[in-house]
Ligand binder design. Sequence first.
Ligand SMILES: [Fe+2]
Ligand SMILES: [Fe+2]
Length: 200
Amino acid sequence: MPDTRQNAWELVTEFTTNPNLVKHMWAVEAAMRAYAHKLGQDQDRWATIGLLHDFDWEIHPTLDEHPIKGAEILAQRGWHPSIVRSVLSHYPAGTGVHPNELVEFALLACDEITGLITATALVRPTKDIRDVQLKSIKSKWKDRAFAAGVIREEVAEATTAFVAAAGPGLAGWDLWQHIAFVLEAMQGIAGELELDGRLA
Ligand SMILES: [Fe+2]
Ligand SMILES: [Fe+2]
């Protein structure tokens, strides 16, 4: 069975050369692992799905192909249908596969927000994600021209759905608690993300 984090990583390196795309997948992986830990779920499985979700973006850089054609590759290589399904569910508008399992709600809630957090870190003079505070992200959130590809309504909606699906584990959580949680997860891998000040 290929369904391991190590195999996901090998697939990512096989199909992806863009370091920023790899860092995006690491960021989502870190958030997913942190949430799995918090919610008592299978950390390696959640991390694997987070790491894998955009493995085909470089070879299928349009939304009529990604992630559908990527999912075909996963299926051909024997990845478990539930993992293939979870990858498809991160783009419901294009694949018609909507989140169903908790891990899928988490993926949708974590995916795009990592981009806004990264962009916020990169406009700090220190370029260190560990210096980013939630209030900076809040002000960037309101500035629609900033990281404009991050559709705020979609992130908010995906977060509400994830919190609802998580039940007692995230009872009472709002968007900002979610974003603070993802920020903390990303701060934990500042070095891997090259957001530890080295780019300043
Ligand atoms: Fe994607
Ligand atoms: Fe993504």
